[in-house]
Design a protein around this ligand. Structure first.
Ligand code: ZN
Length: 160
């Protein structure tokens, strides 16, 4: 288990595009494991390789239904529209309202380099689109309507 240092908005690596993963090497497996550890440690629902400083086409998503690994993903179809709040491990303490497709179809390779295709809707589609953007060097803050805002501090009331 290894937690990697998260790159934070302003770090130029987050605005770079990524290269294909050519093969699953021990180094790539270690990266995937570390990315999962880093995501869970920070209570994220997704993480992309550039967020730990690696410019590879790879991201993980877990919206509470198990860890899913997407290698060399290609978005095939998008449909409809949804508007909702999202956050990002690279913008701690922030949230923004972003328009995303309601439904998507994406193909990618799994951890054994086997191709697969997934259809996703609602929050799962949102999470995938967010991570997919990271691989193109795009942060959600550039798409957020009205920009990002601080997450309101909610603990105070609960303690009273
Ligand atoms: Zn993010």
């Amino acid at each position: 288990m290894a937690i990697r240092t998260l790159r934070i908005e302003g770090d130029p690596i987050l605005n770079k595009t990524t290269k294909e993963v050519k093969e699953i090497t021990p180094r790539i497996l270690e990266l995937i494991e570390d990315m999962a550890d880093t995501m869970y440690e920070n209570q994220g629902v997704g993480i992309a390789a550039p967020q730990v400083g690696v410019l590879r086409q790879l991201f993980l998503v877990d919206i509470g239904e198990g860890l899913k690994v997407f290698i060399n993903p290609v978005m095939e179809e998008t449909e409809g529209e949804q508007t909702g709040d999202e956050g990002c491990l690279s913008l701690p303490g922030k949230v923004g309202t972003v328009k995303r497709p309601q439904k998507i179809k994406i193909k990618a390779f799994d951890i054994n380099m086997e191709p697969f295709e997934t259809e996703a809707e609602d929050f799962f589609a949102r999470a995938i689109c967010h991570e997919y953007d990271h691989l193109q060097g795009i942060l959600y803050s550039s798409k957020a309507e009205g920009g990002v805002r601080d997450i309101p501090y909610e603990d105070e009331e609960e303690e009273e």
